[in-house]
Write a protein that binds this ligand. Structure first.
Ligand code: PLP
Length: 395
């Protein structure tokens, strides 16, 4: 194989701007709405409500801030246990810890890589007092939402959706971020659309939306002076940031179509290899934010990972995430291991982890065998074909 290194780095997922973003930012400058108030925020909140189909959206400084206030709105108190997705980014879970509550990690299933309803049910049998569940939709793929909601209803628990990675994905035709009571999306730089940073709190509950607006601006009471009766935060979105989002949301569907095309091309071209693409259910339409794959179990070469390092042995016909990632990096393309499960993270050592059965650990298995592939929508077909050749050369 004679492949030339990419001259410009091929990213996992980087911002894709179109031009309108600058126009809305300029408008904010021209009218001097350069703060956390203004038309860009109002219009972006309105567009997101219309797109998702929810009643209220509150623009905040980050997806993490949105999740933090969602956890507060769900009534989580210090010492409470909260059921959380295990195979996810730490931002799903950290807000639970900000409130001095205790996460209990729920294992994934193999059909979507998300929270396993069977494991969730077992968790409620062990801790029937739990009142809040935080589910994330990994890489833009919806979970088994009906099953998860049915269990939440059975145990009178509130569902929080972390839809940070799944903006635009649907489950039975309905947008993610519109199933839970208090939900979050993110506009971080690597997400399907970005405001450079930022996020939104989503709900159909008017009281909660108003409370989040108040808490995100230092919890000021209506009074002639700064009057405070609860602890607030400086979490509001900036009108400049929102201007970028107003330009981006015009292109959300186009971004999803490009991501899907990338996923389909990987799936087709890698079909001869002993690998499996990240799966999804027929009743869902993911946003295909990241294309991922796992190396089939019997085609894994020897791979060893300790806390911060990895090594492997080359074997003909076999490979592993470490080998593929090293090879991609050699050619200046960015891949990434599957997010390391929360129950394997040193910060969450000692938290309970519940799977579908004793000894089962789906999350650890997907982490061991899985990688995220370059999924940037500015990647050309020719560049993607080279990535595909690089992956093939590892086996
Ligand atoms: C990106 C992300 C977040 C956090 O969003 P920020 O806007 O970066 O704070 C939360 N959860 C998941 C699953 C994410 O991928």
């Amino acid at each position: 194989m004679k492949i030339k290194k990419f001259e410009k780095k091929l990213w996992l997922a980087s911002p894709t701007m179109h031009g309108e973003e600058q126009m809305f930012v300029k408008e904010a400058f021209d009218t001097n709405w350069v703060s956390t108030l203004g038309e860009n925020i109002n219009q972006l909140e309105k567009s997101i409500c219309e797109y998702i189909g929810c009643k209220y959206a509150v623009g905040l400084s980050a997806g993490t801030a949105s999740l933090h206030l969602a956890v507060k709105m769900a009534g989580v108190k210090p010492g409470d246990k909260v059921f959380c997705s295990d195979l996810t980014f730490a931002a799903t879970v950290n807000p639970v810890t900000y409130e001095k509550a205790i996460p209990v990690f729920i294992d994934s299933e193999y059909e979507t890589w998300n929270m396993d309803p069977v494991a969730l049910k077992r968790a409620f049998e062990k801790y029937p007092e739990v009142k809040v569940v935080v589910v994330s939709y990994l890489y833009g793929t919806p979970a088994k939402i009906d099953e998860i909601l049915a269990i939440c209803n059975e145990y009178n628990a509130v569902l929080i959706e972390d839809a940070a990675e799944s903006l635009g994905a649907t489950y039975k035709g309905k947008q993610t971020g519109n199933f839970g009571s208090f939900n979050a999306i993110s506009f971080n730089g690597n997400k399907i659309i970005t405001c450079s940073s930022g996020g939104m709190f989503l709900t159909n509950d008017e009281k909660a939306a108003n409370e989040v607006r108040k808490l995100s601006t230092q919890a000021r009471e209506i009074a002639p002076w700064y009057q405070h009766e609860e602890i607030g935060y400086n979490y509001r979105m900036s009108n400049i940031v929102a201007g970028i989002g107003r330009g981006q949301i015009l292109h959300l569907d186009e971004h999803i179509a490009s991501k899907k095309r990338i996923y389909d091309r990987y799936k087709e071209s890698l079909s001869d290899l002993p690998i499996t693409m990240n799966p999804f259910m027929d009743c869902t339409e993911p946003n295909f934010w990241l294309s991922c794959m796992t190396v089939n179990e019997d085609s894994m070469c020897y791979q060893k990972r300790d806390n911060c390092n990895a090594s492997f042995n080359t074997e003909a016909g076999k490979s592993c995430p470490t080998e593929i990632l090293e090879k991609l990096a050699e050619y200046n393309a960015e891949g990434r291991p599957i997010w390391k499960p929360m129950h394997m993270q040193p910060i969450y050592k000692g938290c309970d982890f519940i799977s579908s059965d004793e000894g089962v650990d789906v999350g650890a298995d997907i982490f061991e065998r899985g990688i995220c592939l370059p999924s940037d929508i500015k990647m050309t077909d020719e560049q993607q074909d080279i990535v595909i050749e690089i992956i093939k050369s590892c086996f």
